[in-house]
Design a protein around this ligand. Structure first.
Ligand SMILES: *Cc1c(COP(=O)(O)O)cnc(C)c1O
Length: 449
């Protein structure tokens, strides 16, 4: 056999298979487990260490590409393509110039918590408003290169928005399964705007996943849920970008929300590869935070069971409303290997944390705010020290779910929670009468003076 750029390895028993022999639902027929992409230079690979990417040379090359006018160089995913050689021809990449997201500081929140500083990597600043774009550019490019006409996903909203956009760019047809009534409007509208065939099923996300498995078993449709290991190759690149933005200083702790648990898994893979290749000398702790109403991984950690017990998920942080997460084993390994933790956040804690991130002028969707809610707990438990460099991974844009924000400010969320009160800014409804308007605003200005 000729040399190949990568293969897929089953995470269950380590059995190796070649890329195209994979089953339609990306689960190994024997073990029922998922796969991950392995390169000849991966730590798990048995191949000789020759042809290992050179960290020093790549740092320079990646920095140079920032001045390039080539689409794949302008992409914050494909700029790092030497670490994700999954395409036969990189110029086949379908890109919307994803990645390149800002790393903000959160000074007021840091002060509030008694930390020296706090950073937020805002993946909501991607083309369709969530981190899913980084994974979608990778996996959809594979679908396009392999000649698929149709792609599909089950989604709590952001995966479908991303898939619909990238499919449209590539001229592929897209089928989206979403749970009826449990998806934020911004996300549903995107799927339609980008021309996907949108199917609302009268079930939850986990029910959508089952239905989709039946569909892809019968038809040549490429599955783009995060069980697809190529999604994670794109989703690992924020780890690289983060290190680059910190001048290759590794953060101490990275905190991510946990839904289907692919994101934390992917970042763990990214940091692990950077360390293995000598870009960095240690990896950050990676902690995953779930909503209390959708917390199977949190339960698994606290009960130390062998198998994950699915739950019936319920939370207004709809992006993480998942009761039976596909990538739980990968995520659990990352948390254990890096020394991170798994925590949970209540609906009230999520609402307050979201308002605090909003008050920094940044904003995010509710699922992203679990990171700050979780950080407060880890800090209180002594698991985060004041001088540590913590990065919150903000997964989605605040405009994805404006209804949630408005409900908070109308006092319909976190009602009766003292901590929430300073952040509530409901709109003032006034008659268009000069004296009344001036009186009302002058009263406000006197309060804050
Ligand atoms: C998908 C998503 C998550 C959860 O990521 P997983 O990989 O499913 O754990 C969190 N936040 C937002 C905004 C998302 O779109």
């Amino acid at each position: 056999m000729t040399s190949r750029s990568h293969q897929l390895r089953c995470i269950g028993d380590g059995e190796r298979i070649i890329p195209d022999a994979v089953s339609s639902d990306f689960r190994d027929r024997t073990t029922g487990e998922l796969y991950e992409v392995e390169y000849p230079w991966s730590e798990s690979s048995a191949e000789p260490a020759a042809n290992r990417p050179n960290a020093q040379a790549l740092r320079h090359l990646w920095a140079e590409r920032r001045d390039s006018t080539l689409p794949i160089d302008q992409s914050g995913v494909w700029r790092y393509r030497e670490l994700l050689p999954i395409l036969k021809d990189d110029h086949h990449a379908v890109t919307l110039r994803e990645g390149n997201t800002p790393l903000y500081d959160l000074p007021r929140t840091a002060r509030l918590l008694g930390l020296d500083f706090l950073l937020a990597k805002h993946q909501g600043m991607n083309p369709t408003g969530s981190f899913k774009d980084t994974g979608m550019t990778a996996a959809l490019s594979v679908a396009a290169e392999r000649g698929f006409q149709w792609v599909a996903c089950a989604s709590t909203g952001n995966t479908s928005a991303a898939m619909a956009a990238y499919a449209a760019r590539a001229g592929l047809r897209a089928i989206v399964f979403i749970p009826e009534g449990k998806i934020a409007w911004g996300k549903l509208s995107q799927s339609m705007d980008y021309g996907a065939l949108t199917v609302q099923l009268q079930t939850d996300f986990d029910g959508c996943v089952k239905m989709l498995a039946e569909l892809v078993r019968r038809h040549p449709i490429y599955l783009l849920n995060s069980v697809n290991p190529y999604r994670l190759e794109g989703q690992k690149t924020p780890a690289i970008e983060m290190c680059e933005q910190l001048d290759w200083q590794v953060p101490d702790h990275v905190i991510v929300p946990g839904g289907n648990l692919a994101n934390g898994s992917a970042l763990g893979k990214g940091f692990g590869e950077l360390k293995h290749l000598g870009f960095i000398d240690r990896v950050p702790k990676i902690s995953v935070i779930q909503a209390e109403g959708a917390n199977p991984l949190f339960q698994w950690f606290t009960n130390a069971e062998k198998l994950l017990q699915p739950v019936t998920a319920d939370t207004r942080a709809t992006a993480i409303r998942i009761g039976n997460p596909a990538s739980w084993r990968k995520a659990a390994r990352v948390i254990e290997a890096t020394g991170g933790w798994c925590e949970q956040a209540s609906e009230q804690e999520i609402a307050v944390a979201k308002a605090q991130i909003g008050a920094e002028g940044i904003g995010c969707e509710p699922a992203s705010a679990v990171t700050l809610a979780g950080l407060k707990k880890l800090h209180a438990q002594g698991r985060v020290q004041p001088g540590e460099r913590v990065v919150l991974l903000l997964t989605g844009h605040t405009l994805k779910d404006p209804e949630y924000t408005i409900d908070f400010h109308k006092n319909l969320l976190a009602t009766g929670v003292d901590e929430a009160e300073p952040y509530r800014k409901p709109p003032m409804v006034l008659p268009a009468d000069e004296a009344t308007v001036l009186r009302a605003l002058e009263a406000e200005m006197a309060v804050t003076a």
